[in-house]
Design a protein around this ligand. Sequence first.
Ligand code: ZN
Length: 112
Amino acid sequence: MSVLPPQSIKAQVPRRLLELTWEGEEQPFAIPFRVLRGLCPCAVCVNEMTGVRTYFVEDAPEDIQPENMELIGNYAVKILWSDGHSTGLYTWDYLKKIQTESQSESQITDAL
Ligand SMILES: [Zn+2]
């Protein structure tokens, strides 16, 4: 089953975060712009044939930010980044996966 659209998507420019609020979740999920840019799932950033990522978080400028965001149907958001990159479609499924993975990572860190 695919993920329902978030109730809100906000670019918090001064804090350099994208905030996503999902239905049924009290806390918004905040992801740094730079991390999100580095996780761009498009064919330029990830080799379509091999699935190998060629663009990483460390490749993204420190001051990267979204210039524009466009909803694609009800399944994704397309982000135009300040570095001119605009081919990345972030589906709700993908954003939810990033959230789940980052949360399980921080749980590991918290446990240490
Ligand atoms: Zn990309």
